[in-house]
Design a protein around this ligand. Structure first.
Ligand code: ADP
Ligand code: MG
Ligand code: ZN
Length: 716
């Protein structure tokens, strides 16, 4: 038995099951219980008010803090074929009046408004005349002055709202993490403890990394090379850093956009639009960028320097991976970042008490950069999240077990070389001298005659450069800024030279991304089509289909409407609007690639798809198998793991291949097995489809595939 809510989830949104917390929130709201939903970014809060809004009578009013957020949400609903609109200050008078008329006529299921609207008598009387399904406060932390984004207008509408008699239910949604804010929201909106659904803040698709001792620009270039075309944000601590990095990267022909408060509004708008519309893959920005950005396919967020506190870090890093796909959050740490942040606090206009508070938060941020434990757990503990687990299995501390190498001797050689060179040269010249390079410049400056020339000739120049950068990053060697930064010794260098201090270097490999289990070229073609349609409709591409959906399409290449509706993120309404165009691209691609097979193969050489970083508890298919053995149904496992049931089946079959036992009688009985094997002998083409057609209707694909898997002849 599926409920009306599940049906709406499938028909409109194309999702098989609810994410944690969604169903509970929806059930409370449709029974007119004021509810607060606390879920992480990307946790799927929108659906919590959209499904009640769709199933209840009347119009749902959504209060939203930012114009860009409203537009995005409305575009997404329109793309789903749901009547929605917004009212805010960006409209012309004529547009405004038209929309008010249409709202009054009940033409919209969803109306997004800025809180200021409730100060308008015209709007309030319109509300009074309507049948209201619900009122939802999105980004509800804006209500609270303890939140990081307090908006007085959010708070002041509450009394106005309470005077209205036709509001059946009020709900609030936020990803905020602090107890004070949650209590504040509860008190203001009269929400009982029993009606707070808090799923915790864990983001299971994010892998956190700390990178130390690397030249930041070099690391970023290497990362971008490894991740071309992927969308990402690089946060810098200052405008100056943003400008410099932007210069460096664009000079090298890398397509980057830039955003900070020192730019004109027009330039900022353009940069933001280029990023949102997938025209510029990389955004370099200060923390001025991001509020109101719902772009779902941000694959990584790199912090060029350590931010001020964990609250900001988690919020900024959390802009990665809203679509639930694996994403990386990388913090490039260098000890001088601490000085910079201290300086920023010192310079700020806060009173002494507030400054002390900021210093404490900064200390926690510094501790994060130095912890040996799981990074995700550290953050969740910081927010007192009781749902946290001891290990995430994805972060750099869980996965990489940084390799340490004692380089004290090399460090001493490098430092003494810098000294012999008179502290007048930069990194590359020093590396050349240590290598014993025949470079003309070395000769020009007579550096081939000093005693450290060729001292480390066994190393490559690149290795030496990396080691020198490491010493700089660890403040074991200083640089004098200038057009050509020169290397200088500092007190730490002296300690190393004297042998008082040892030097350990650790290496941090660049996250390489998941092993592709979908056809990249098909994905690119689908992406191009998505961009084309999105431009035509003037909406961001991810509003049509998420990257996750396009990847599914390039993994399973559906051939019919029915197949396509099986894909996560394709609902009936969306299919009706765009489905055929996408099917078309898939068909022509298949015609050109007749040998292509659905990637999740059971037998044969292609390995099962791996998550971006292998989970601690082993390969993905064994994780599914474990859940299966613990008594969970395939459907439940699919919900838990946010995968398609077919993928889970494949996991189980793969586990069987690896030698794990399966209770086959869950799938079929002896008689059915015999029938299927006999039918397989009969048909000439032993493919799945003809086999299915040769069998009675009661034999579904799962049954057939299970029999084939057991007998070692399943191919897909
Ligand atoms: P939030 O507001 O909590 O940050 P959104 O509501 O924007 O998150 O949802 C994030 C993404 O997750 C969207 O792409 C949304 O379509 C997707 N999503 C939401 N619910 C589900 C679900 N039950 N199954 C699969 N995807 C979902
Ligand atoms: Mg949201
Ligand atoms: Zn971890």
């Amino acid at each position: 038995m599926i409920t009306a809510q599940e049906k709406a989830l499938r028909t409109y949104f194309g999702y098989e099951g609810f994410r944690p917390g969604q169903q509970e929130v929806i059930e409370k709201v449709i029974t007119s219980t004021n509810t607060l939903a606390v879920m992480p970014t990307g946790g799927g809060k929108s659906i919590c008010y959209q499904i009640p809004g769709l199933t209840l009578d009347g119009t749902a009013i959504i209060i939203s803090p930012l114009i860009s957020l409203m537009k995005d949400q409305v575009d997404s609903l329109l793309a789903l074929g749901i009547a929605a609109t917004f009212i805010n200050s960006s409209l012309t008078n004529a547009e405004h009046d038209q929309r008010m008329t249409d709202i009054a006529a009940g033409r919209y299921k969803f109306v997004y408004v800025a809180p200021e609207r409730f100060e308008s008598t015209a709007f309030v009387s319109l509300i009074k005349s309507l049948t209201i399904a619900l009122v939802a406060f999105d980004e509800a932390h804006c209500i609270s002055q303890w939140g990081h984004d307090f908006r007085p207008s959010y708070r002041s509408i509450v009394p106005n709202l309470k005077r209205l008699t036709n509001i059946p239910v009020v709900m609030a949604l936020t990803a905020t993490a602090t107890e004070a804010v949650i209590t504040d929201i509860q008190e203001l909106l009269h929400i009982d403890n029993d009606h707070v659904i808090n799923t915790g803040f864990a983001r299971d698709n994010l892998a956190f990394h700390i990178v130390k001792g690397k030249d930041r620009a070099t690391y970023i270039r290497a990362f971008l090379e490894e991740h071309p075309d992927e969308s990402g944000i690089i946060y810098t601590a200052t405008r100056k850093q943003a400008d410099a990095l932007y210069e460096q990267l664009s000079k090298r022909g890398i397509r980057v956009a830039k955003y900070h408060a020192g730019m004109t509004e027009l330039d900022r708008k353009r940069a933001q639009a280029a990023f949102i519309h997938d025209e510029m893959p990389v955004m370099i920005a200060t923390n001025a960028f991001g509020m109101g950005i719902d772009k779902s396919n941000v694959r990584y967020v790199i912090h060029y320097a350590m931010p001020m506190n964990i609250e900001s870090y988690y919020q900024e890093a959390g802009r990665a991976g809203r679509d639930g796909e694996a994403s990386d959050c990388i913090l490039l740490f260098s000890p001088q970042d601490i000085q910079l942040q201290k300086f920023l606090i010192e310079q700020s206009l806060m009173d002494e008490q507030a400054k002390q508070q900021e210093y404490r938060k900064l200390q926690a941020m510094v501790n994060y950069c130095h912890t040996q434990g799981c990074l995700s757990t550290f953050i969740l503990d910081y927010f007192n999240d009781t749902h946290s687990q001891p290990h995430c299995g994805r972060c750099s501390n869980c996965v990489e077990k940084l390799e340490k190498e004692d380089i004290t001797e090399e460090a001493q050689m490098i430092l003494s070389c810098v000294k012999r060179m008179g502290e007048r040269f930069g990194v590359s010249m020093t590396a050349k001298v240590l290598k014993g390079s025949k470079d003309k410049k070395v000769q020009e400056f007579n550096l081939h005659k000093i005693s450290t020339y060729g001292l480390l000739s066994a190393y490559t120049e690149k290795d030496l450069t990396e080691r020198i950068h490491f010493l700089v990053a660890e403040q074991l060697l200083a640089t004098e800024e200038g057009k050509f930064p020169t290397l200088k010794l500092n007190q730490n260098s002296v300690d190393v030279l004297k042998g008082i201090r040892t030097v350990e270097m650790y290496t941090a490999p660049i996250p390489t991304g998941e092993e592709d289990d979908y056809y990249k070229d098909l994905f690119e073609s689908l992406r191009a089509l998505r961009k084309e349609i999105a431009d035509e409709k003037n909406v961001p591409p991810y509003v049509l289909f998420s990257d996750a959906t396009l990847k599914e399409l390039s993994r399973y290449f559906p051939a019919t409407r029915e197949d396509m509706l099986e894909i996560k993120g394709v609902g009936e309404k969306k299919y009706d609007q765009y489905g055929e165009a996408f099917l078309h691209v898939i068909q022509s691609w298949r015609a050109e690639n007749p040998e292509a097979r659905t990637r999740v193969k059971i037998s044969g050489s292609t390995p099962a798809p791996k998550p971006r970083n292998q989970q601690e508890d082993g390969p993905s298919h064994l994780a599914s198998y474990k859940l299966f053995q613990s008594g969970k149904s395939i459907k439940d496992i699919a919900v838990i793991r946010d995968m398609k049931p077919m993928t889970i089946e494949n996991h189980l079959f793969k586990a069987f291949q690896d030698g794990y036992p399966i209770a086959w009688n869950i799938f079929f009985n002896e008689e059915e097995e015999a029938t299927i094997l006999a039918a397989r002998e009969e048909i000439t083409d032993p493919k799945l489809k003809p086999l299915k057609e040769a069998l009675p209707d009661s034999y579904d694909y799962t049954k057939i595939r299970a029999v084939l898997a057991k007998n070692g002849v399943l191919e897909m």
